[in-house]
Write a protein that binds this ligand. Sequence first.
Ligand SMILES: C[S@@+](CC[C@H](N)C(=O)[O-])C[C@H]1O[C@@H](n2cnc3c(N)ncnc32)[C@H](O)[C@@H]1O
Length: 231
Amino acid sequence: MTLRSRARARRMRLPTAYDDAWLPRLATPHRGTSYRGDTATLLGAAWRNPRQLGTIAPSSRALARLAASVVPTQGTPTVVELGAGGGAISDVIATRMPSGGRQLAVEINNDLVRHLSRSRPWLQVLGGDAAQLTQLLGQAAVDRVDAVVSALPWTFLPAAHRQSILAELQAVLAPDGILSTIITLTAWPTRSCRVFRHQLASTFGHIEVLGPVWAALPPAVVLTCRKPSHG
Ligand SMILES: C[S@@+](CC[C@H](N)C(=O)[O-])C[C@H]1O[C@@H](n2cnc3c(N)ncnc32)[C@H](O)[C@@H]1O
């Protein structure tokens, strides 16, 4: 690559190798495949609105893989990600999606919605609150979802807000549809997390715990719940 073509690639802001090299390697999502500005945009938004973001780093690749392990690899599934942030998990979901499947992402923060739409034109980004999921999906002509992958900061949300989101998930998930959600080990022992796990169990019945994933900042587990096939 000549100096001139390298400068042109930089000006065009093409997808590059991971660009926030100062972050610990454990926190890096997709060395080699992430997009310029993912981490800076996420952390900038977290700095301005820490409770909305509820994060100190993007999901690591190992954590993203575990959360995305519920994404069907066959057929034509519709998959929705809640709280897409800088896109760390969106990219892993995309690598699992079978051709003909449909991938959507819901994100409440406007800066992140703009970043995701600009950096990932292949991703259908719905800007808004996950508590309005049915309405948001309606705008995209989606009424049934096969898998939901969530990185929402559940323990920062009031219990009533969490309950509204869970009711929406229950409504949109297809029978046998599956939800995965990340919970950090720092949040796990809190009262808010205990209440959330109770809410999850009373909405879906059985919860499975996957992990922990230590290669993440902070380390985390993934909870999965399946909607009963008769539900
Ligand atoms: C912990 S960050 C996860 C970011 C990214 N998915 C990752 O794993 O690196 C949580 C994300 O959820 C978004 N969020 C918070 N509350 C939300 C809500 N009610 N509806 C939709 N997105 C929300 C935040 O703006 C943030 O981008």
